[in-house]
Design a protein around this ligand. Structure first.
Ligand code: SF4
Length: 498
C-alpha cells in the first residue's frame, strides 16, 4: 500500500508524510514494513504506523526520529529539504548513468548437449551455418564502442561458444586493439560447459584475463540426469573443466550456476554440499525459465513457483548453517536482493532494475546479426517470436533505441509505474521484467497477482527479510556480508551459463 503527498497533511505534530509504502509482515501481522521512495525502510508496530499516518505521532517518540531519518516524514514541511532523499534515489538508480555494460556475443548456436530444459534453440555440432560470421562480428564490435559505458563486460555465449573459439579469439583481438584508443575497462567472460577446453584456449584466456561461467546442477546423479550425453559423463567432464580452468586462470575465475529441475527440488542439501565440496564460495539457484526447450519439456521438468520458494527456504537455512561452520558460501540472487534491502547502493544486476535492464543494462548480439535487449528476448526469437528484436548489427545504436521493440520494453519497464508494483512496499528494491511477463503472460505489463516473477520476488524478499530480522547476530552478519559483497562487485552481472 502506498501513501503519496496527496495523502499528507500537517497533523497536530506539524509534520508531513513523504511518499511511502507499507506491507504487513507475513510472519507477524501486528507489524509493518514501511519503505521510502528511495528504498530506505523500517519495521514498526502497525498501530504506531497508523498513528504516524494520521498525524498523531509525538515528536518525542523514537519512531518520529526514525521516520525522519529514513525520509518517511518531513519534520518541518516549511523548511525541510528533499535533497537527501533525492540524493539517495540517484544513488539507488545510478546504474542508469552509463548505459549497457553487459554485451553478450552469441558466437554459435551449436552444442553437443541435449539438455531438456535448454533455453536456447541449440543446433547440431556440425551445423556451422549457425556460427557468427566475420561481417556480423565486425559490425558488433563497432556497435559495442558506440555505447558510453566506461566498463564493458563482453560475454561469449552459445550454444557452446568453445565450438567456435576462432571467432572469440578474433573478437578479443579486435576489441582490445580498438580499446587502445577508447580506454574502457574490459572484462571477458565465457559461458560454457567447459567440456572442450584445450590448452591453447586456456593459454589465450589467461593472457586476456577471462572469467569462466559454467553450469553445475549438483551431485553427479543430478547433473547427468539434467544434462544428458550419450556417454553419461557430463558431470565428470564439467568437473575436469572447472579444475583445468581454475589451474590456468585462478580459483576465483571460475563460477558455476545451477538450473533447478523438478528433481533438483528434492535435493537442496546435496546441491549445496556439492558446491562446498568443490570449493565454490558462490552458488546460484535459478528456477526454470519459460523459453526454448524448457517450455517444450515443462510438463516433465517444470514446477509451481511455490515449490521453488519452499526449496529456497530449505536451501537458505542450509547455506546459513554452512556459513556458521566457517565456510563462506553465498547464494547470488539472494545476495542481490539483500544488497537492495541492507545497503543504499545500486547493484546494477540487469534482471533487477527499474527502469528495466533490458536494452538499458545489457545488449545481445546474436550469431545471425540480430540484436536483442536481453537473452530472454533472443530466446523468444529462437522460438519464432521476434517481438523484441531491436534491429541488426549494421544499424546504429540510436536506431535500436528508437525501435518499436525498445519502445515497447520501455513502456512497461518502470516498476514504480506498473499496476500493483506501484503500491508495493518492495518496489524501490525490485525490478521490472517486461519480457519475462510477455513470455509468461503474453503481455509486457503483466498481472502481478498471478505473476511468477512477482511471486518469486515477493517470496524471496519476505524470506530474506524475516531471516535477517529474526536471525541471530551471527546470521545477520552472514547476510550483511553477502549484501556488501554484491555492492563491491559493482555493475557486473552473473554470467548466464549455456
Ligand atoms: S514485482 Fe511484485 S514484489 Fe516486485 S515490486 Fe512488483 S508487486 Fe512488488
Amino acid at each position: 500500500m502506498k501513501f503519496t503527498p496527496r495523502h499528507t497533511f500537517a497533523g497536530n505534530a506539524g509534520y508531513r508524510l513523504l511518499p511511502l509504502r507499507f506491507r504487513r509482515l507475513p510472519w507477524d501481522e501486528s507489524r509493518v514494513l514501511v519503505t521510502s521512495m528511495a528504498g530506505d525502510w523500517l519495521i514498526t508496530q502497525r498501530e504506531e504506523f497508523e498513528r504516524a499516518v494520521e498525524g498523531r505521532l509525538n515528536r518525542a517518540e523514537p519512531l518520529f526520529a526514525e521516520m525522519e531519518a529514513r525520509h518517511l516524514i518531513a519534520a518541518d514541511p516549511n523548511h525541510s529539504t528533499l535533497a537527501p532523499l533525492l540524493s539517495q534515489y540517484r544513488t539507488r538508480k545510478s546504474y542508469l548513468e552509463h548505459g549497457p555494460a553487459l554485451h553478450i556475443f552469441v558466437v554459435s548456436l551449436r552444442c553437443h548437449h541435449t539438455c531438456a530444459y535448454c533455453q536456447v534453440s541449440r543446433q547440431p555440432v556440425g551445423n556451422t551455418i549457425f556460427d557468427m560470421s566475420n561481417a556480423t562480428a565486425a559490425h558488433a564490435v563497432e556497435r559495442l564502442f558506440e555505447w558510453p559505458s566506461p566498463t564493458l563486460t563482453v560475454e561469449f555465449q552459445g550454444g557452446e561458444p568453445l565450438l567456435h573459439f576462432a571467432r572469440i579469439h578474433a573478437l578479443v583481438e579486435v576489441i582490445e586493439q580498438r580499446n587502445r584508443s577508447e580506454g574502457r575497462t574490459l572484462r571477458f567472460v565465457i559461458a560454457s560447459t567447459l567440456h572442450d577446453l584445450t590448452a591453447e584456449q586456456l593459454a589465450f584466456m589467461r593472457d586476456h584475463q577471462f572469467e569462466l561461467s559454467t553450469s553445475l546442477d549438483g551431485p553427479e546423479w543430478l547433473h547427468n540426469a539434467n544434462r544428458p550425453r550419450p556417454e553419461r559423463d557430463s558431470y565428470q567432464r564439467t568437473i575436469e573443466g572447472i579444475e583445468r580452468g581454475r589451474k590456468a586462470l585462478g580459483e576465483d575465475a571460475v563460477s558455476a550456476l545451477t538450473t533447478l529441475t523438478r528433481r533438483s527440488l528434492e535435493a537442496p542439501h546435496e546441491i549445496i554440499d556439492e558446491y562446498r565440496k568443490l570449493g565454490f564460495h558462490s552458488i546460484s539457484l535459478r528456477p526454470l525459465s519459460p523459453y526454448g526447450f524448457a517450455r517444450k519439456t515443462e510438463g516433465r521438468n517444470g514446477y509451481p513457483m511455490a515449490d521453488f520458494l519452499r526449496f529456497y527456504e530449505v536451501a537458505l537455512d542450509h547455506l546459513l548453517a554452512v556459513n556458521r561452520e566457517g565456510y563462506f558460501l553465498e547464494e547470488t540472487y539472494g545476495r542481490m536482493l539483500l544488497s537492495q534491502l541492507l545497503t543504499p547502493f545500486s547493484h546494477g544486476y540487469v534482471d533487477l532494475r527499474s527502469p528495466t535492464g533490458a536494452g538499458l543494462g545489457a545488449v545481445v548480439y546474436d550469431y545471425d546479426g540480430r540484436v536483442y535487449p536481453s537473452d530472454e528476448a533472443r530466446m523468444l526469437a529462437s522460438m519464432g517470436d521476434h517481438a523484441f528484436a531491436l534491429g541488426r548489427v549494421d544499424e546504429s545504436v540510436s536506431a535500436w533505441l528508437d525501435s518499436p521493440a525498445m519502445q515497447r520494453v520501455l513502456a512497461a519497464g518502470v516498476a514504480e509505474a506498473l499496476p500493483t508494483c506501484a503500491d508495493c512496499a518492495y518496489v524501490p528494491l525490485c525490478g521490472a521484467d517486461p519480457i519475462d511477463h510477455y513470455a509468461r503472460q503474453g503481455d509486457t505489463i503483466g498481472h502481478r497477482p498471478t505473476s511468477d516473477f512477482c511471486r518469486k520476488q515477493m517470496g524471496l524478499f519476505d524470506l530474506l527479510l524475516q531471516r535477517w530480522e529474526q536471525g541471530s547476530a551471527t546470521d545477520q552478519r552472514i547476510l550483511e556480508d553477502w549484501a556488501l559483497r554484491a555492492t563491491r562487485r559493482g555493475t557486473a552481472r552473473e554470467a548466464e551459463a549455456a
